[in-house]
Design a protein around this ligand. Structure first.
Ligand SMILES: *Cc1c(COP(=O)(O)O)cnc(C)c1O
Ligand SMILES: [Zn+2]
Length: 401
């Protein structure tokens, strides 16, 4: 049992209404469960495979989900980087290990399942790349047509390749992501497509399972801090919401300090936290190499500010150089391949640790959000090209000298 509730004015809506923002005040909606009616134990959950659907009692889908076996991603102990930073309990949850290579799959398995249960005939999103890749794959699995809008020239190659190959109708607009989202929102309202950006409250339900899994992987212990890269701010909001539910169920007794990291050229949430603003000032011309978080007007800012403030967390920005340096360090010192936006979370921890803002004893889970292969062009630009030689052993030996 659940309903949709406005986070601002508290208006409630029936769960089968096709609605993305409050009719009364225009603010965001959230899914509210009747937690007293939820009958499940942690032991029961622990007997199921680690995946989004382990937690199905806290998800809105009632029938058979549209699933590609999402979730159950590895939690790696960052021993080398942690040692360098003096943080012995530093972990990375590698969301790049999901079916299409990003955490968006956790949202789309729920979102596309709900689209079907609600009887929607087609789905749509605007995307910096990963949302479109994921939606295209889940729409294919669910047998439902899909339209995606991308900012022309600003989407990493691997992500466009995925959206095209999975059969989405891919449209590039001469404008940025924020504009693409406005356009697709209007299209969905006027033409009855189902909108699966993170303004969709059901999609975020799937994403909250990142926090559930991290706790289960730490043997049921709540980390002291969870660190996420922030673009539209849906993911950090989702993880916080889920943990609040676990707390209300009595499964955990405290929350991690929710910590959001943005790119310096695209950091409106960081500015709102630093300047203690209630309403965020959009960044008109966001710019960063981390295209997945190149977003000037984060749709879920209202929820994210609550998540950060209510848990005593913080927000920080990192430069593109710091992001790329951490992408290399994760790859070369830990064997973990992530795309630039993903490295932002760990780069942010490096920065906060160097500023002395992190307690050395903290147990920290950084969410690394997408796979290295998403953005091969940025990788190739950073690395020396392969050494090409004649096909004989002396040439090989001299090349290796
Ligand atoms: C979508 C995405 C983000 C940003 O998540 P938000 O929920 O928009 O804050 C970060 N990293 C990657 C790789 C993503 O695909
Ligand atoms: Zn409202």
């Amino acid at each position: 049992m659940y309903r949709l509730v406005c986070v601002h004015c508290g208006a409630t809506y029936s769960p089968d209404q096709i609605i993305y923002t409050c009719n009364r005040c225009g603010h965001l909606l959230t899914v509210e469960y009747d937690l007293d009616g939820i009958d499940v134990s942690r032991d029961e959950w622990n007997r199921r495979p680690l995946s989004v659907w382990r937690y199905r009692e806290l998800l809105p889908v009632r029938g058979e989900p549209v699933s590609l076996q999402e979730g159950g991603t590895p939690l790696y102990h960052l021993k080398t980087i942690g040692k360098e930073l003096g943080l012995p309990e530093l972990y990375a949850k590698h969301e790049g290990m999901n079916p299409t290579g990003s955490f968006k799959d956790r949202g789309m398995t729920v979102g596309v399942s709900m689209a079907r249960e609600l009887g929607m005939k087609s789905v749509a999103c605007a995307s910096t790349g990963n949302t479109s890749a994921s939606l295209a794959a889940y729409a294919a699995k669910g047998g439902i047509p899909c339209v995606v809008l991308l900012p022309a020239g600003k989407v990493a190659l691997g992500k466009v390749a995925q959206a095209l190959m999975h059969g989405a109708r891919v449209i590039s607009i001469r404008g940025n992501f924020d504009r693409a989202l406005e356009m697709v929102h209007e299209l969905c309202i006027s033409h009855g497509l189902y909108l699966l950006n993170s303004v969709n409250p059901y999609r975020l339900e799937g994403q909250k399972t990142i926090g559930f899994e991290a706790i289960d992987q730490l043997g049921g212990e709540v980390p002291d801090r969870m660190v996420l890269p922030v673009g539209n701010a849906g993911n950090i909001s989702a993880v916080y919401k889920g943990l609040r539910e676990l707390e209300a169920l009595g499964f955990i007794d405290r929350l991690p300090m929710m910590t959001g990291i943005q790119a310096a050229g695209s950091a409106p949430v960081v500015k709102a936290i630093e300047q203690n603003l209630d309403v965020l000032v959009p960044e008109a011309a966001p710019e960063t190499i981390a295209t997945a978080i190149r977003i000037g007007a984060p749709v879920n800012a209202e929820k994210a500010l609550v998540a950060i403030r209510e848990t005593g967390g913080t927000a920080a920005s990192v430069t593109d150089e710091e992001i790329l340096a951490m992408q290399r360090d994760l790859a070369r010192k830990e064997g973990i391949g992530v795309e630039p936006a993903s490295a932002a979370s760990v780069a942010g921890i490096r920065k906060l640790a160097e500023l002395g803002l992190i307690d050395k004893d903290e147990r920290i889970v950084c969410v690394v959000t997408g796979h290295l292969l998403k953005d091969p062009e940025t990788v190739v630009r950073q690395c020396e090209p392969p050494t090409e030689i004649d096909a004989d052993l002396p040439s090989l030996l001299s090349a290796l000298r």
